[in-house]
Write a protein that binds this ligand. Sequence first.
Ligand code: PMP
Length: 324
Amino acid sequence: MDTLRQVVNFGPGPAKLPRSVLLEVQKELLDYKGLGISVLEMSHRSPDFAKIIKTTESLVRELLNIPDNYKVIFLQGGGSGQFSAIPLNLIGLKEARCADYVVTGAWSAKAAEEARKFATVNIVHPKLERYTKIPDPNTWNLNPDASYVYYCANETVHGVEFNFVPDVKGAVLVCDMSSNFLSKPVDVSKFGVIFAGAQKNIGSAGVTVVIVREDLLGFALKECPSVLDYKVQAGNNSLYNTPPCFSIYVMGLVLEWIKNNGGATAMEELSLIKSKMIYDIIDESQGFYVSVGGIRASLYNAVTTEDVQKLAAFMKTFMETYQL
Ligand code: PMP
């Protein structure tokens, strides 16, 4: 029986994992499916690990309905590694070596800063005073010579989330989905590259999923480290070097959990219910609760409505106690 102490966890990532996944990991830790070995000790070239990585990839493909002309690869280096990998792999698509960036918060700002090492960066809108909204896409100044257009789907720190996919008139669209990956369905065919660290919605830290359209492979700068080169990694099924085996295994279990719980559509429905529970209290608090600053509570996929009910109840009591 599961009688261990559990705290309610609204951590920003690494974040809460489904209890059933943790129990499965615990059960299989010493003896993976009767093999007498832990996934932690297993060769990444073994047939058993090949099965794990293949199943994990299939689940990503199935859950996001990924078209066949996209590769799915699992890399190390986190979301931040992709801030470098994106320009290193894609800036060579066009001679101008220029990239368009939409900067709506701390993470896209960081990505743009990193890209400046390898590219001329065009911020497509005037600098924002505060990161509270998305500048109207009709005002974006897209450079026709840009190799790609980059944005962050959900700015984890500033809380600005796109509820639409920008129309970039056929340009290669690149998206950081680190904090809302698989929290809702997405039309992958609109993107050149999507990437996401696993540690928020789909697993534990150490692995980053990269979904890349095949025609974008093979343009990496010669300075691009091989471990970050999408063509090299895709060509080796993410096994060019030792991958983060255990994190890939955990991710596979979380993806299976997402599938068994209704997939991306159900995750979105749940997310909306959970966030409404909190935002209703904020909106009705007459300024007692404001959205920026203070305490952060992340409501990632594994956070249950019961968890959120506890937070909502706490917020109500706290407000009643301290409201002037
Ligand atoms: N992008 C977003 C949207 C993030 O929230 C984060 C981390 N919280 C990152 C990128 C950076 O990811 P990592 O820490 O894995 O490098």
